[in-house]
Design a protein around this ligand. Sequence first.
Ligand SMILES: [Fe+2]
Ligand SMILES: [Fe+2]
Length: 375
Amino acid sequence: MKEFYICNCVQQENKVITSQFVVVSKQIKAKKNGEPYLALTLGDRSGSVDAKMWDNVEEFLNAFEQDDFVKVKGLINKYNNRWQLTIHKIRKMGDSEVDFSDYLPKTSKDIDQLWAKLGEFVETMQQPQLKQLLKLFMADEEISKAYRDAPAAKTLHHAYIGGLLDHVVSLFSSCDLIVRNYPMVNRDLLFTGVFLHDIGKIHELTYARSFGYSTAGQLLGHMIIELEMLQKKLALIPDFPPELKILIEHLIISHHGEYEFGSPKLPMFPEALMLHYMDDLDSKMEAMRAQFERESENESPWTSYNSSLARPLLNSRKFLEKPNPVEEPEPAPEEKPEFETETMAATAAATEPDSVSQKSLLDLQSHFAAKKNSI
Ligand SMILES: [Fe+2]
Ligand SMILES: [Fe+2]
């Protein structure tokens, strides 16, 4: 087990640490004088941190790639209110030195219990063919194993092992309540959408070493993958009503709610509209919760800039508990926010390659070397 985790940066401020990380991203950039430096994002199960190696980097440029595990000695400090690791030494680790559980964050909830809860919600459904459809998915060993393991996103929300299941069970709970206030909403149809809307993430994302996008994820996205998964299961149910099929397909392809977030159609019936808003709410609330948890040690009720919501956040509970003069939130960093909310998730995969288009040739070489390694 590692001794230092990224979430403990605050205790190690301005200290030199030695620890192990997974390389989430690697770029070779140029200093003003033209010399190269390394700009990395390093991760472990507690989070990720920007890391820079400024001096004598030539021998390290090709010593490791994205998704490799590295042992690092460096200084922890803050830059623009973000933790940063200034690397003194770095070396690639062999697989035998790696304990994978150190690197992938995992839900603190009991995955067996979440899975059982999902089954309980499905059991409450009345419409026999919709219930049968979801039970076919749950009985598929390959799908059920992946559904229990997959994160709900790469970095956006519920970005941890078990995150997809956690997100879906949370969404079932919310929808089970809100549906009671809107009699026109068909509960079984809504539940079918909740169960299936992100199931394609089991193939869209990779989550064995670090979280990223698969080739199918990059090229198709989870909604298209879901349509294919749906067809396969529907073929096993004789006389499945075509009207229900088309409604499920619309639930899937419209759940991001906006064209710019990857939905080819806007939600056009009550269950689709409700699925979109409840999904968006659940992902954003989780993004807030996670940010408050990451910065729980901070005195100020203001968090640093949250790239998923594109704003700094106020921890209202902290604010009310400790009424003292409130500092202004940190100004937003100049860089473009990453794609970090559920509705933006679909565009993230497609946007990633574009994000390198303005960078130097060195960046591009590094990017594609890293990509090649990750696919
Ligand atoms: Fe989605
Ligand atoms: Fe979702």
